[in-house]
Design a protein around this ligand. Sequence first.
Ligand SMILES: CC(C)(COP(=O)(O)OP(=O)(O)OC[C@H]1O[C@@H](n2cnc3c(N)ncnc32)[C@H](O)[C@@H]1OP(=O)(O)O)[C@@H](O)C(=O)NCCC(=O)NCCS
Length: 207
Amino acid sequence: MIGNDVVDLAQADTREGAQHPGFDRRVFDADERAAISADPEPRRRRWMFWAAKEAAYKALRRGDPRFVFAPRALRVALAEGGCGRVDTPAGSSLAVRVRVEDDAVSALAMAPDTPLEAVSEHVLSIGSTPGLPVDRDTLRAAFGRALGREAVSRGHTDAAVLERRGRIPSLRVGGHRFPVSISHHGRLARAAVLWQPGDPSRPRGVQ
Ligand SMILES: CC(C)(COP(=O)(O)OP(=O)(O)OC[C@H]1O[C@@H](n2cnc3c(N)ncnc32)[C@H](O)[C@@H]1OP(=O)(O)O)[C@@H](O)C(=O)NCCC(=O)NCCS
């Protein structure tokens, strides 16, 4: 399982005060709110937590189509450097890695035993105008080409096709199906691929 999310901090909807009143209380639990308040850069910390929750949601939803997004119940704990975990209400955990580069927050969530070298990421920059609308079909087609090139470089000889089940993407290469997650916000678009065929049907828990 894999999920990713990006947040473009240049977008107006990420500014302090741009959210609905009560947003933090609705989305973050008491520990997360305390960590946001204590952070010298609370805005950045808020969106790091948010991106981790969205990435975890996408990964969990892939494993269980009935999984409902209740952001406060997905509890994020991040160490220095942005590595950490997201705990689910069912008692399982996902590993998460959150990075901040310039104004870009990106999060990657996966089962805790996933080797990072089995995951690759592709980044597209949409141009420099914040808020510029982007056609999602065009974006998916561009990622499809990039992932196809990577499949070739990994020795696959069959044509690679970026497919969707509902909105959940995967890369079909011959008889293999590799989980893919795609995220776009503002100028940023990222795709993550887990180069391990198939998906477990449920997250594997850790204590
Ligand atoms: C699905 C969801 C996570 C997408 O996130 P987003 O920030 O709107 O958009 P992103 O660009 O990051 O992700 C979109 C991509 O996620 C993927 N995606 C969509 N639904 C998905 C799902 N159920 N599971 C996994 N991945 C999904 C698709 O690849 C989609 O790309 P597409 O638009 O080309 O089909 C989001 O719309 C959602 O439903 N969030 C939870 C709902 C919610 O309650 N949010 C507010 C809480 S206060």
